[in-house]
Structures are given as C-alpha cells and as structure tokens.
Design a protein around this ligand. Structure first.
Ligand code: AMP
Length: 369
C-alpha cells in the first residue's frame, strides 16, 4: 500500500467557510471585518496589543501581544489560515515571519508603500498619478531649501506613523522653520504644497487572488480637525472625474498586485484635477457607508478578496451620508436610535476620549442617478 500524497492546496484556491482569518489590529475596522467574516461562515482570530479591543469583543480567538513579539506572531500564524491587516504599520520583520508560515494578504510590498509617505508619493508619481508638489526633508536646512522650492503655505508631515493629522505642521507665511522642524521631533518628513482644494474624494478598490477587481463609487469626504467628519455619496463631481478617480485606484491595485482592499484619498483641485494624497491597504472609514448602501459592503469585499472568493457586486442601491461619532458625539446614541432614518453603528469602546472614533451613523436616501 502506498501512502497518499499530502493534499497541497493551491495558493489561489478559495479558503472554505469554517477557515480562520487572522486579523492584525483590533480597532473598529477589524471589528466590522470580523462581523462580515462571521456572516460568510469564517472564524476570526485577532492579534492586537490591547486587551478587550473592539475586534476582540466579536471574535472567536484573540492574541494580546506587541506587533514585535515574534513568538506570539508565530503561534498566531500557526493558528490561522490566512493573515490580513486592519492596521498597516506593522514592522517588516513581523510581516516576513508571518508570510513564511501562512498566506499574507495584502503582501508586504503593499504595506511597505503605504507605510511611508515618500515611498507612497514616489510610487503614485511613477505610475502617472499626480500628487501635490513634495520634497523629502531630513534636517532643518533641508526644510529651508524645500520651502524655497515649494513655497508657502505648505504642510510638513512625518513620513511614517502619521494619521488623522498627527505628525503634521502647516507652514504659513509666519511659521518659523526651525520651530516647525522641532515640532516634529526631527523625524524624517515630507514637505507638501498646501492644496486649496475644492474637496476630497476617496475610492476603495478590491482585487481578488484571480486579479478580478471592483471599485466602490467615489465618496466625498469632509474632514474637521484633520479627522473624517462626513462622507457623502454620490460625490458632487462630474462623472468624468469620478471615472478618473476609480481608474487611479484600479491602477494602484494593479501596479501593487493587490490582493485585498485599498483606499486611495485624492484632493479635487478648484480647476478640476485630482491629486493623490495617500492610500490605506485595508477597509477605510470613508467606506463605512457601503454597509448600508451597497449590495456587497467594503468589509465583505475585503473578506472575499483575502479568502480567495469571487468579489461581490459593489452596486450602490441608495445614496448615503455617513457621519462619524467622535468623542462625546456618541452620547447622542439614544437620539439617533429614535430617528427612523438613521442607522447606528457603535464600536464598543468604553472611553469617549476627544478625537476618538466611537461609532458612525448612516442615513440613506433613494438613489437618484
Ligand atoms: P493626511 O494625514 O495626509 O491624510 O491629512 C489629513 C487631512 O489634512 C487631509 O484629508 C486634508 O484635509 C488635510 N491635508 C493634508 N495634506 C494637505 C495638503 N497638502 N493640502 C491641503 N490639505 C491637506
């Protein structure tokens, strides 16, 4: 009798429902992804440094450890069938270890580009996507040269670990450049021209293991204090610009050989051009409206892509407005529940700190176009 050969699954074979998806990061994005995964019959194991994270509250298993804890990462990788991220700032060594043990989607290349504003801008420009004018800055002297070239107003941003306006200083006519440089703690930075934009849009693209892709309709985003406040769909832009924004997201996904989900944020200039600001290789706050307004929402699409399933229809059946509940806004939950037109989503965070995303509310309207 001969021993049967071990069954080797092709890396592109779909992961069947019942498999376990490992999610790195335990915030609300992981929570909503885990809920979508559960709807499709998957189990989720979250890896996050904090106990009782929004994701941990809704999953089958959790590892509470630092993203640099290689022993914990190894045990996690052995316990799951695929690894993905709801948070992209994971050290290269950690991702390398995970990828040696289990499929990691999206790949390190995608995370690497999104982790560093300079790599990201260089990448956008290399595939023909315009950005604000920019220059790399590694010293106070370089900042002075960069301001000479780019002019004022401009924005100085740390290249890594910035989000929701953290790690940014606006350079105006009055700004003392030594103080601006000191304010960012001397971290490697990028100076960008300040864009007096007409608005901001984002496009979320999903791309599957088989290269099939789908985009959601571009969303119109209003930020307050650098934090997303509202997203409106459809974006009040001409169809030609919406098509261009979707094509930019598709181009990014193809160039990175993305498997998963990726959001591209773009400025719309007053003369009708698009300039890419940044990308995020995961579900995005500006896609929360899809939960209530699309056939397949961004979280289900994310799960489908990561598990090698066919993508679903991103068709929008309703127009929508999504409003974030930041900090104390969450105290309005009883009022929101009494509003028949409002759909409330809360993230299970105990403490409503200022600037903290506690939940969101979506209001639908019949689709007009
Ligand atoms: P970021 O952290 O790059 O996503 O920036 C957060 C928000 O700050 C953006 O969504 C914009 O509203 C604003 N912002 C960032 N960069 C610029 C820029 N170069 N010009 C104008 N506004 C900007």
């Amino acid at each position: 009798m001969t021993t049967p050969a071990p069954l080797v699954l092709s890396p592109s074979a779909p992961l069947p429902p019942g498999s376990t998806i490992g999610i790195i990061g335990g915030g609300q994005l992981g929570r909503m992804a885990a809920l979508a995964a559960a709807s499709l019959g998957y189990r989720v194991h979250v890896f996050c440094p904090e106990k009782d994270s929004p994701t941990e509250q809704v999953v089958a298993a959790a590892t509470v450890a630092e993203y640099t804890d290689l022993a914990a990462l190894e045990a996690f990788a052995r316990a799951v069938d695929v690894v993905t991220f709801e948070f992209e700032n994971i050290p290269a060594d950690s991702v390398r270890l995970l990828a040696s043990l289990v499929p990691v989607r999206p790949s390190w290349r995608v995370l690497e580009v999104a982790q560093d504003r300079i790599t990201e801008k260089r990448f956008f420009n290399s595939i023909g996507i315009a950005t604000a004018p920019w220059a790399a800055v590694t010293s106070a002297a370089e900042l002075k040269d960069a301001v000479e070239t780019i002019g004022r107003p401009s924005v100085l941003k740390t290249t890594r670990l910035g989000y929701d306006g953290k790690g940014q200083v606006k350079i105006t006519a009055e700004t003392n450049l030594d103080e601006a440089w000191a304010a960012l703690g001397g971290a490697e930075s990028v100076l960008e021209g300040f864009i007096d934009f007409a608005g901001e849009v984002s496009v979320i693209v999903a791309r599957g293991v088989d290269g099939h892709w789908a985009t959601f309709d571009p969303a119109w985003n209003i930020h307050t204090n650098h934090i997303l406040d509202t997203t409106t769909i459809p974006a009040p832009i001409p169809q030609s610009l919406a098509d261009e924004a979707e094509e930019a997201a598709h181009k990014v996904a193809e160039a990175l050989d993305l498997v998963g989900l990726l959001a591209v944020e773009l400025f719309v200039t007053k003369d009708g051009r698009l300039l890419a600001n940044e990308m995020a290789p995961r579900p995005h706050n500006s896609g929360h409206w899809t939960i209530d307004a699309c056939v397949t929402d961004q979280f289900e699409q994310f799960v489908r892509a990561v598990c090698g399933l066919p993508l679903g229809s991103p068709m929008r059946h309703s127009d929508a407005e999504m409003k974030n509940l930041i900090g104390d806004d969450v105290n309005d939950w009883p009022k929101i529940l009494n509003d028949p037109g409002a759909k409330l989503h809360l993230y299970g965070k105990a403490e409503a700190r200022s600037g903290r995303k506690m939940g969101h509310v979506t209001r639908l309207r019949p689709r007009k176009d």
